[in-house]
Design a protein around this ligand. Structure first.
Ligand SMILES: [Zn+2]
Length: 108
């Protein structure tokens, strides 16, 4: 069932409240990782967070990080990102000073 106004190719999968896993879930369909997002750092445009829920809706629910990560480019300028990290959605520590969200490095 699609949400109102959802005209994406595959439809938005349900939002899951999940913790960052201990190991990178390379082969999990991204529709099962909707509590997470990819944080792309472009050399010119800065950091952009891309929710996996958004990617699932646009490129397919069964796509995996293994197939997606090597193809990621900055959506604004098309550059290869300097870094690609996996993190929880909206993990900003409530704005606490010095807080750093935990993340997994997808380019290592
Ligand atoms: Zn860019």
């Amino acid at each position: 069932m699609r949400e109102r106004g959802d005209n994406t190719k595959y439809g938005f999968p349900p939002l899951i409240d999940q913790q960052l896993p201990n190991a990178i879930p390379w082969d999990t369909g991204i529709a099962d990782l909707t509590g997470l997002c990819i944080s792309l750092k472009c050399p010119t445009c800065g950091t952009v967070d891309v929710p996996l829920r958004y990617l699932a809706a646009h490129i397919g629910h069964k796509r995996t990080l293994r197939s997606i990560v090597p193809k990621l480019r900055c959506r604004r300028c098309g550059s290869r990102p300097d870094s690609v990290k996996l993190r929880r959605m909206n993990d900003h520590g409530g704005g606490r000073p010095g807080y750093r969200a935990s993340e997994l490095d997808l380019l290592k």
